[in-house]
Design a protein around this ligand. Structure first.
Ligand SMILES: C[S@@+](CC[C@H](N)C(=O)[O-])C[C@H]1O[C@@H](n2cnc3c(N)ncnc32)[C@H](O)[C@@H]1O
Length: 345
């Protein structure tokens, strides 16, 4: 089943006849594979690990699939580049630069997105190495724009897309590096702030789930440099931000993609998180339930589970069901910190 933007791309598939095509910011469908019916080669870059997993078993000599914030080869060029207009508008500028970097001069850029998702902004956002975007099609509540690369575009310089700021935390001063579109881009989230004010002392192997720019991991390492921390996130820009934050503070931790806790190995002495609260499709109750259930399976006996969540999110019942009790360590008018230990029978 193709998403609406993908259906619009397919409707305009004459654009890709015998072309070497790059698809940026893929959605969770098999559009890149379907394009091969008309294109000669397709390369797909997913910034969302779940979207990458949906496609991953379909790779072939003519279909290269990557997950990350950029392609492994910065010099690879393509006849045409498709961008799915991102939910975070700030990310569009980054994707346009990436498209320019990988497009041959005179090559075609195709930008597609939901009408409501702000895709029209492309006309104002487009850098001057592209010509004025042309609205080529309009269907399925989506718009499709085309534009040509008129001159060689500069390669992405990651520094241009990072917002770095100093953060005073109860654990000490930290440098936070946040790439465009990553959670709490400009300042610390209020929920995370509450968690840092009540950061538990942990030991051994600790998972920072949904690490974002790595604020929680960095605060933990500031307080307890001996911890063995693993940071996971579904979002490539978040993972790169987390690496940059760790590097800026001279900390080391293992940083890798995971959809939920699925890609983590073995069990942890502690799990800490400001977990995701919406997913577009799944309800918040489902997300909370899955996260609690997976956490219990991934904790060693006696392991601690520390999360901050909006107080209206349905965590209590699920925690009671899986941990046998609900311990609220701190709360304010918006957030609660749940802090529980697991006893496996
Ligand atoms: C509320 S933010 C917290 C970010 C960071 N820990 C902080 O406190 O600033 C939740 C994070 O979870 C990530 N996320 C969303 N769905 C996920 C999933 N299924 N698996 C792993 N991470 C996910 C998001 O990309 C986001 O970075």
């Amino acid at each position: 089943m193709l998403t609406n933007p993908s259906q619009l791309i397919l409707k305009n598939s004459d654009l890709f006849t015998n072309q070497n095509v790059l698809v940026l910011n893929c959605e969770g469908d098999l559009l890149p594979k379907q394009l091969l019916e008309i294109a000669s080669c397709v390369t797909a870059l997913s910034l969302d690990f779940h979207h990458h997993l949906v496609m991953s078993q379909h790779s072939s000599p003519n279909l290269a699939l990557h997950f990350g914030h950029q392609l492994p080869n910065a010099d690879q060029t393509f006849d045409s580049v498709i961008i799915y207009y991102p939910k975070a508008k700030a990310l569009a500028g980054y994707l346009l630069n990436l498209a320019g970097q990988h497009l041959k001069v005179d090559g075609e850029l195709i930008v597609v997105g939901e009408n409501k998702g702000g895709v029209k902004s492309i006309v104002k956002q487009i850098p001057d190495y592209f010509d004025t975007p042309f609205k080529r099609d309009n269907a399925r509540h989506c718009l499709l724009f085309t534009s040509q690369l008129t001159q060689k575009a500069p390669n992405i310089r990651l520094n241009d897309w990072v917002n770095s700021y100093q953060l005073d935390t109860p654990q000490g001063e930290l440098t936070i590096c946040n790439l465009v579109g990553v959670f709490s881009e400009k300042r610390l989230d209020e929920g995370t702030k509450l968690l840092l004010s009540h950061l538990p002392r942990l030991s051994g192997r600790v998972l920072d789930f949904g690490c974002g720019a790595g604020v929680i991991a960095a605060a933990l390492l500031k307080a307890q440099p001996e911890l063995e921390i693993e940071c996971v996130d579904i979002n490539a820009m978040a993972l790169k931000s987390c690496e940059l934050t760790l590097e800026a503070n001279n900390f080391t931790a293992k940083v890798y993609p995971s959809d939920g806790l699925s890609q983590t190995q073995g069990r942890f002495d502690g799990i800490i998180s400001n977990p995701p609260f919406h997913d577009g499709l799944k309800s918040t109750t489902d997300i909370a339930k899955t996260f609690v259930k997976e956490s219990v399976q991934k904790l060693k006996n006696g392991g601690g589970w520390h999360i901050v969540a909006n107080r209206h999110l349905p965590y209590s019942d699920t925690i009671a069901e899986f941990f046998g009790q609900v311990n609220v360590l701190a709360e304010n008018n918006k957030y609660k910190i749940y802090s529980n230990k697991i006893k496996h029978n």
